[in-house]
Write a protein that binds this ligand. Structure first.
Ligand code: GUN
Length: 290
């Protein structure tokens, strides 16, 4: 069993990016600049955005955090997005999700200039990805593809099962795994809440990507010996031994599943650090032009 160390890989990639940024600034160019819009005070979103700001510093990027209270209007957010779209000093920006219920998330996403949409959520970027054209790919699936590439996981002709059909992870993950590329060329099945026989389907899989948000869902009896298991789950579960009172738990019953796997990602320290790393790669790409 090989543990896929996302934390170590992300650190290596951030060093590679920082070296490129150093060359860029030595040539007299400005460093890439990522902005983030954060609405409200959701614990998870606060942590994600703080980690994104920290990663920018590690890569030598400029970063800006623009905060709004929960009661911000959609119009005010759209106005801020317009400013960021038009600001030549901003290479890319993200609007941290989820947004409060009174705001139409899709309308907000559609307002972002696709050439600055480093989250890869705009329909133009989703469309480009699905037909294999250049564009920004959603950070979590892009990070998983990078892990498969760097660890040399064989994907061609393999059966992949994606658990979850979210726009951010499940759907783009399935698209990337089936693409005619390396990694890619998988035969992909997507399972979701209406899928009967998930256990049987998983047992056929050479690669399982679990992105359900259901702690410990993938159990040992669902995994074929020698499979590669990628765990995207990051649910906060109560843990009285921690100062915070919680810990992160993945969608995979790691302790029992890991011994059966050829490759597996842990939680934390697997996919999570790579997501932020992909955002940095996308921001560098935005600065350089696609
Ligand atoms: N919320 C959860 N994941 C993400 C992400 O990758 N980007 C943004 N903007 N919001 C998120």
């Amino acid at each position: 069993m090989t543990l896929i160390d996302g934390k170590k890989t992300a650190a290596e990639i951030k060093q590679e990016i920082a070296a490129e940024v150093k060359e860029m600034t030595a040539r007299g160019e400005r460093a890439p600049h990522l902005a983030a819009i954060l609405v409200g005070h959701d614990g998870g979103s606060e942590t994600y955005v703080a980690n994104k700001v920290k990663a920018c510093a590690e890569c030598g990027f400029e970063s800006s955090l623009i905060r709004f209270e929960d009661d911000v209007t959609e119009e005010r957010l759209l106005e801020e997005i317009k400013k960021l779209n038009e600001n030549p000093e901003i290479d890319g920006f993200i609007v941290q999700l989820p947004l409060p219920r009174h705001i139409d998330e899709q309308r907000i996403i559609r307002a972002i200039d696709p050439s600055k949409d480093v989250d890869g959520f705009h329909p133009i970027n989703v469309g480009n990805m699905s037909i294999g054209l250049p564009g920004f790919v959603s950070a979590t699936p892009a990070g998983i593809m990078e892990l498969l590439r760097r660890y040399g996981v064989e994907t061609k002709g393999k059966r992949a099962v994606v658990l979850g059909r979210s726009n951010i992870v499940g759907k783009p993950m399935a698209t990337l795994l089936m693409q005619k590329s390396n990694p890619g060329n998988c035969t992909v099945t997507v399972c979701h809440s209406a899928t009967p026989d998930i256990k049987e389907i998983c047992r056929e899989a050479d690669i399982i990507v679990a992105a359900l948000g259901s702690p410990g869902f993938v159990t040992e009896d669902m995994v074929k010996p020698g499979a590669t298991v990628i765990d995207v789950g990051t649910t906060r579960v109560p843990d009285s031994t921690r100062k915070s009172g919680w810990r992160l738990r993945g969608d995979v019953d790691f302790d029992n599943v890991a011994p059966k796997c050829e490759f597996i990602t842990p939680v934390p320290g697997g996919v999570g650090p790579m997501t932020i790393c992909s955002l940095m790669m996308n921001t560098l790409k935005a600065k350089k032009g696609l």
